[in-house]
Design a protein around this ligand. Structure first.
Ligand code: TPP
Ligand code: MG
Length: 566
C-alpha cells in the first residue's frame, strides 16, 4: 500500500506552504499527529484549549496575509472553538480548520462524541464539510483552502474521518489553485463615482479591513488626501490608514447606532471600502446617511455592498486597484476650486489632530493620582518598543490610551479584536510571534479577556515565543459598566451602582503569580515608580514576560457575596 491519507493531508499542507499548525489533539486525530512526527517541515503549536488554537491561527493569518491552519478535536473540541471561529468568520480570516472523527463506518452507531460536526461548524465558517471518500480527500482539502483564501476570506472546517485517512491516498499532491481577484470596476461607473466625489462639499470615507487585506492603504491615503475627506474606521481592526494621518478620525464604534449616526450622516458623498455599514450591536434601524447624500461602495464582498442601507454606486472590485483607478479619475475630475477646498480641509484636520495628540500627552502627564491609568503605562511602554514591533490590542476600555501613544502607522503591525469574542489578545500573541519570529510582539489584554484564554501563556513558554504581555487589571468588566451607563441613560434610570457580576475584585486576580506558575516571567505594577523598571525588564528579557498592571477601577469588594449571593 502507498502512503495513507494521514500523510497525504500533511503533504498537501506542505505543498501549500504551510509551516505551522495550531492545535489540540484527541484520539480521533491520533493518526495525523503520528504522521506529523515524520514531517518536520510542519511545526505543531500545542494549545491547551481549542479557542486558543483558533485565536492564535486568526492572528497568524492576519500577520502573514496567508493561510493559517488549526487542528481541533471532534464534537467537544469544535464546541470549544465556536466562539473563536465566530470572530475569525466576522473578521474574514483565512483559516483551514480540520478536525477528526472516528470514521464514516461508525456514522450509524451514535458513538461517543458523535455529533453533526459540519452542522455545528456551518454558521461560524465560510464553508464546512466532511470528506466522504478517500478519492476526494485532497480535492476537498484544496477546495477548502481556495474558499478560505478567496475574498471575502474566511475560516473553513473540514472533518477528516479516521477511516478515510487510514485508506491509501492515490490523488496527486499539487499546490492549491487560487484565482486572481484584482478585479477592476466598470470604467463608466468609476467615472461617475469620481465625478460625485470631486463635487462633494463634505466627502467622507468609511473603511474596514478589506483595505488592509488588499494592500490598499497607500491608494486610500491618496484618495483621502485628494479629497480632503475624513476617514472613519468601521470594524477596522488593522491599519487601513495610519492613525497618525491627519484625516484618520478613529472608529465609528462597535456598540451604538446612536453614537455613529452623527458621523454617518455628516457626509454629502460617502465612500465605503472594505467593510459594511454598520456592524454594531445596537445599530440604527432608520436611514444612516444625510438626506440626498450619495453613497459609493467598493468591495470584493458582494454581500457587504448595500447590506443594510442603499448605495448609489456599488462596485464589486478589489480595493487597491479600484482606489488607484479612482485616484487617476480624480486627477481629471477635480477642479482647481475643488483641490483648494480639499487642501483646506486637510490643513484643518491636521490642526485638529495636533491638538488631540497634545491632549493625549497632557492627560497621561496629568493623571497619576492614587491609582494608575493606562495612559501612564502607555506613555513609557510605547516609546521603548522597536519600530517594527507587532501589537495585538485587546485592551478594550484601555485601547484608546494605547493607540493614543502607539498611533499605528504601517501596514502589518497592529491588530485588534473583530467580532466581539473575548480572549483574542493573549492567544493572538502566539499567532503574531509565530508569524514574526525575531520581532517584538506586544499582546495587550483586559483582565476579563485574559481569563478566557489564560492557558495561552503556557504555549508561549512551550514554544519559546518571547511575547511581551500586558494585562490591564482594572478588576472589572469595565466595558460592561460603560455600556450599562448608556442603558440607564436611554431609559432614564438613575442612581444605581453597577451590577456586582461586572466586578472582578474578589477574589483578587494576580496575573503575575499566574504567569509565573506557567513559567512566564512577570512583574506586578501598582505604582507610577514601578512602570519604567518593569517595562525595561520585560523588553530586556529573552523569553515571554507578563506585566500585570493594576489600574484605577470602580469596584466594591465589600458588596461581593452580600447581595443575592453575587
Ligand atoms: C466570550 C465573551 N464572553 C462575554 C462577553 C461580554 N463582554 C463584553 S466586554 C466584557 C468585559 C471585558 O472585560 P476586560 O477584558 O477586563 O476589559 P475592560 O472592559 O475591563 O476594559 C464582557 C464580559 C464577550 N464579549 N465575549
Ligand atoms: Mg477589565
Amino acid at each position: 500500500m502507498g502512503e495513507t491519507g494521514h500523510y497525504a493531508v500533511l503533504d498537501q499542507l506542505i505543498a501549500d506552504g504551510v509551516t505551522h499548525i495550531f492545535g489540540n489533539p484527541g484520539t480521533v486525530e491520533q493518526g495525523l499527529l503520528d504522521a506529523m512526527m515524520d514531517r518536520p517541515a510542519l511545526s505543531y503549536v500545542l494549545t491547551l484549549q481549542e479557542s486558543v488554537a483558533i485565536y492564535a491561527a486568526d492572528a497568524y493569518a492576519r500577520a502573514t496575509g496567508g493561510l493559517a491552519v488549526a487542528q481541533i478535536h471532534s464534537s467537544p473540541g469544535l464546541g470549544n472553538a465556536i466562539g473563536a471561529l465566530y470572530q475569525a468568520h466576522r473578521g474574514h480570516s483565512p483559516i483551514l480548520v480540520f478536525g477528526g472523527d472516528a470514521g464514516i463506518r461508525y456514522q450509524a452507531m451514535d458513538a461517543q462524541m458523535a455529533a453533526d460536526l459540519v452542522g455545528m461548524a456551518r454558521p461560524v465558517t465560510k464553508w464546512a464539510t466532511m470528506v466522504m471518500d478517500p478519492s476526494s480527500l485532497l480535492r476537498v482539502l484544496r477546495r477548502a483552502i481556495k474558499v478560505a483564501l478567496t475574498p471575502p476570506c474566511g475560516p473553513v472546517y473540514v472533518c477528516l474521518p479516521q477511516d478515510i485517512l487510514d485508506a491509501e491516498a492515490r490523488e496527486p499532491v499539487v499546490p492549491t489553485s487560487l484565482p486572481n481577484t484584482r478585479a477592476l470596476p466598470d470604467p463608466d461607473l468609476l467615472d461617475r463615482a469620481a465625478l460625485a466625489l470631486a463635487a462633494a462639499k463634505r466627502p467622507t470615507l468609511y473603511v474596514g479591513d478589506g483595505v488592509a487585506r488588499s494592500g490598499a492603504q497607500a491608494a486610500l491615503a491618496r484618495v483621502a488626501e485628494m479629497l480632503g475627506a475624513d476617514v472613519w474606521g468601521v470594524d477596522s481592526g488593522e491599519v487601513n490608514l495610519s492613525y497618525a494621518h491627519p484625516l484618520w478620525r478613529g472608529q465609528t464604534g462597535h456598540m451604538f447606532g446612536s453614537h455613529s449616526l452623527p458621523i454617518t450622516s455628516s457626509g454629502d458623498v460617502n465612500l465605503v471600502v472594505g467593510t459594511y455599514m454598520v456592524p454594531e450591536v445596537f445599530p440604527e434601524l432608520g436611514s444612516i446617511y444625510a438626506p440626498g447624500a450619495t453613497t459609493i461602495h467598493i468591495d470584493l464582498d458582494a454581500d457587504a455592498i448595500a447590506k443594510n442601507h442603499p448605495v448609489d454606486i456599488g462596485l464589486l472590485a478589489d480595493p487597491k486597484v479600484a482606489l488607484e483607478a479612482l485616484a487617476g479619475r480624480l486627477e481629471v475630475r477635480l477642479t482647481g476650486d475643488g483641490r483648494s477646498a480639499a487642501g483646506e480641509r486637510l490643513a484643518e484636520a491636521a490642526a485638529v489632530k495636533e491638538k488631540a495628540q497634545a491632549q493625549v500627552r497632557a492627560t497621561a502627564a496629568g493623571s497619576g493620582g492614587a491609582a494608575l491609568t493606562f495612559a501612564q503605562v502607555a506613555a513609557e511602554l510605547v516609546p521603548r518598543l522597536p519600530a517594527d514591533a507587532l501589537v495585538f490590542d485587546e485592551a478594550l476600555t484601555n485601547s484608546p490610551a494605547l493607540t493614543g501613544f502607539l498611533q499605528p502607522a504601517g501596514p502589518g503591525g497592529f491588530y485588534q479584536t473583530r467580532g466581539g469574542s473575548l480572549g483574542t489578545g493573549l492567544a493572538g500573541g502566539l499567532g503574531l510571534q509565530a508569524a514574526a519570529p525575531g520581532k517584538t510582539v506586544l499582546a495587550v489584554s483586559g483582565d476579563g479577556g485574559a481569563m478566557y484564554v489564560i492557558q495561552a501563556l503556557w504555549s508561549a513558554v512551550r514554544h519559546a515565543l518571547p511575547i511581551k504581555y500586558v494585562v490591564c487589571n482594572n478588576r472589572s468588566y469595565r466595558l460592561l459598566q460603560a455600556n450599562i451607563s448608556e442603558f440607564w441613560s436611554e431609559r432614564a434610570i438613575a442612581g444605581r451602582g453597577f451590577p456586582i457580576p461586572f466586578d472582578l475584585s474578589t477574589p483578587a486576580l494576580d496575573f503575575a503569580q499566574t504567569a509565573r506558575s506557567m513559567g512566564v516571567a512577570a512583574a506586578r505594577v501598582e505604582t507610577a515608580e514601578q512602570i519604567v523598571p518593569a517595562v525595561e525588564a520585560a523588553l530586556a528579557h529573552d523569553g515571554p514576560f507578563l506585566l500585570d498592571v493594576v489600574l484605577e477601577a470602580d469596584v466594591h469588594p465589600e458588596l461581593v457575596g452580600v447581595r443575592c449571593g453575587q
